[in-house]
Design a protein around this ligand. Sequence first.
Ligand SMILES: NC(=O)c1ccc[n+]([C@@H]2O[C@H](COP(=O)([O-])OP(=O)(O)OC[C@H]3O[C@@H](n4cnc5c(N)ncnc54)[C@H](OP(=O)(O)O)[C@@H]3O)[C@@H](O)[C@H]2O)c1
Length: 331
Amino acid sequence: MTVTTGTMTAWMQHGYGPASATRLADREIPSPARGEVLLRIRATALNSGDVRVMRGEPGLVRLVFGLTRPRNPVRGMDVAATVVAVGEGVTDAAVSDEVVAELPGGGGLAPFAVAPAARLVARPDEVPPHIAACLPIAGGTAWQAIERAGIRPGGRMLILGASGGVGTFAVQLATGRDIEVHVTAGERSRALLESLGAAQVLPRDLPADRLQEDAYDAIIDIAGGAPLRALQRATRPDGTIVLVGGDGTPLLGPIPRMLRAAALSIGSRRRIRPLAAVPKPDVLRELLTLTADGAIAPVIEREFPFDQADTALAHVEAGHTIGKVVVHAAS
Ligand SMILES: NC(=O)c1ccc[n+]([C@@H]2O[C@H](COP(=O)([O-])OP(=O)(O)OC[C@H]3O[C@@H](n4cnc5c(N)ncnc54)[C@H](OP(=O)(O)O)[C@@H]3O)[C@@H](O)[C@H]2O)c1
């Protein structure tokens, strides 16, 4: 095993809280355990999920990531990186490999992080690190939402709240499958979403009961606030509503809405299906190929140097990101 040891300076949080409480601090460079690799981070893309873990909100997050503070004090789940050491039993990754990965508990806002070797996907030369890092969670979630919707080419889909990371990928992936895409989004994102292929941009806060009846084969709900019955009315018989995002309740997040969805789906020809996206290396590989071919391109609103990663987190925390926010590694 190649060994990289010593300390590094990482963005750390010592308890759940806002971006303004994260600090640069020294910590040990982690060692890869069996089945893991050590990565030198080249770029980290942020997600609203990083903010949920950072703040420990909804409360349910703390059951998974740590009751009183996050077990891993470093945020950043989506990375492009170079393998610099491999743990025992790793046979399908080697030192110097250029990879993309989703880190299960975070760790990307640091010079080095460990990752399970099984999560790594090779980064094609044509896709630079800051572009590749945008793909795992936002692109993967958009992909899985479209799959879950089960919509065919020629169908019509509505994406509620399409201007963020997941939404801008969903528009591109759906139009790439010859699906007619309508979206809701703020006026400032209209031109962008039209350029990505949206056939109609409806107002961000359009009440769902004003949507045309039986208009859509599928609805992907990223914004998360609309009454479910109104979404069912806007869906054609045998259509599907996929629940992706939204704040939900302070303690249980999306769970109460998911339970309502299950109840409303009983005996209905308009099913409501919650999505809990999981890391899928095969999907990430497809997304990298589509990006290398120019079929999709992550929308990057802002790029930050490593020493301003707290400002990058604060920008995502504010909740108005258009597309993605990327932090470049320290040089
Ligand atoms: N189910 C899953 O497995 C899964 C996986 C990943 C993410 N998610 C969820 O998906 C959602 C999106 O994630 P993300 O990382 O793409 O977020 P993001 O990039 O931070 O999204 C920010 C964008 O969302 C828009 N937005 C926020 N609230 C809205 C509303 N009520 N109506 C319309 N637009 C709204 C904002 O536009 P304005 O500036 O106009 O407000 C902004 O452009 C989050 O709720 C996240 O938790 C779920």
